[in-house]
Design a protein around this ligand. Structure first.
Ligand code: MRU
Length: 369
């Protein structure tokens, strides 16, 4: 497992992120000191991946308000809400951003104590979010690995690894656990244009972990499937709607359609923090549109298209639920009917948080079930 941390709140009480725009060439850490620093880091993908964005925003909220001079707790609460609303605007699609900030403000709203105690409480909540994500990723890895066999060929898209989360990753967690247990997977990493998270980040972290990884262009996925080299497709998710439609990095839907054609299982890894039951279907998910420069300028020495060319650069697409073979969460593996079973899995997680144990679930499977 690669020893690298995407977001950390360190011993010196600093919020530090690994600048992912510089990978794989340079491992440079940045200290974020204000809400503006955090907003820009998220918007410019210096920290990216749904869970990592949520964690950075939670610590970012604390870092921005820790010097607040609010005299009353009510005044402090108002200030914190304003900062949270500002940070939420950094990126629209990954629900973890709003989820983490709402969790911080909800906790504060029900808090009755001094301003100093409220600040401490916010820091603790951000730490909880980070730790829970690490635990969730490990459990998702276990659940995901139970769907795989030794020697399989795996196709993956974008980066749903340790860089996108607190640790382990969502879909890549299964590959790291497989590595520890001698599964000898052969991984095909889509480069994932336009920002190349597959090439720069997935190929980087898997090769560092000594996992067999072959980089392909996005347009080659069909060919490796046709060659019979892919036994399962593993992808992450930035926001899953209540009916099981899942938004993930642009190109994911096309892979799901191909996988169906070739009869290859398509697994989407979704921590319950990315499960948005208030959004009914994928059509209701806002898809981030990014600057066209990413398509023809950003990664090249000189522009690869005429200056000023018209561009269309959606960052995500939505894979309809019917193309997803199973949804892997930290609480278990969800099979259709998704609308019903996703609700059960979310409730099951809430019950565990409250009572410390998972209730028995019907129609869902967990590792060792
Ligand atoms: O634009 P990004 O890099 O933040 O998008 C992230 C993704 O879409 C990843 O594929 C990922 O699966 C979701 S985060 C685990």
């Amino acid at each position: 497992m690669v020893d690298i941390t995407s977001v950390d709140f360190n011993k010196n009480n600093e919020l530090v992120i690994l600048d992912q725009t510089r990978l794989p060439g340079e491992e440079k850490y940045l200290t974020l000191e204000s809400k503006e620093d955090v907003y820009v880091a998220i918007k410019k993908l210096r920290v990216r991946g749904a869970p990592a964005i949520g964690i950075a925003a939670a610590f970012g909220l604390y870092v921005d308000v820790r010097e607040s001079e609010a005299e009353t707790t009510d005044e402090f609460k108002e200030e914190v809400h304003e900062v949270a609303e500002y940070l939420k605007k950094a990126r629209p699609t990954a629900v973890n951003l709003a989820w983490a900030l709402d969790r911080m403000t909800d906790k504060l709203d029900s808090f009755d104590g001094t301003v100093a105690a409220a600040k401490k409480m916010l820091l603790q909540e951000a730490r909880n979010i980070r730790q829970e994500d690490e635990d969730a990723c490990r459990r998702m890895g276990e659940n995901g690995l139970s769907l795989l066999s030794k020697g399989m060929g795996i196709l993956t898209h974008c980066n749903a690894g340790t860089l996108a989360t607190a640790k382990y990753g969502t879909s890549l967690a299964a590959l790291y656990l497989g590595k520890e247990r001698g599964y000898d997977f052969h991984v095909y990493a889509d480069e994932t244009r336009p920002v190349l998270q597959g090439a720069r980040l997935t190929a980087f972290e898997l090769s560092k972990a000594d996992i067999d990884v072959t980089l392909i262009c996005d347009s080659m996925a069909n060919q490796v499937m046709k060659n019979g080299w892919v036994d399962a497709v593993l992808v992450g998710c930035d926001r899953m709607a209540a009916n099981g439609d899942g938004a993930n990095k642009i190109g994911t839907n096309g892979l799901a359609i191909l996988a169906k054609e070739y009869n290859i299982p398509f697994y989407m890894f979704v921590p319950t923090s990315s499960l948005d039951l208030d959004t009914p279907t994928g059509d209701d998910i806002e898809i981030e549109l990014r600057d066209g420069d990413e398509i023809y300028k950003m990664w090249y020495e000189k522009p690869m298209a005429p200056e000023g060319i018209k561009t269309y650069n959606p960052s995500f697409d939505v894979t309809p639920a019917e193309y997803i073979t199973a949804i892997v969460t930290e609480n278990g593996i969800v099979r259709p009917p998704y609308a019903e079973n996703l609700r059960k899995i979310k409730e099951a997680g809430a019950q565990r948080e409250e009572h410390g144990v998972m209730p028995a679930l019907s129609g869902l499977t967990r590792k060792n079930d």
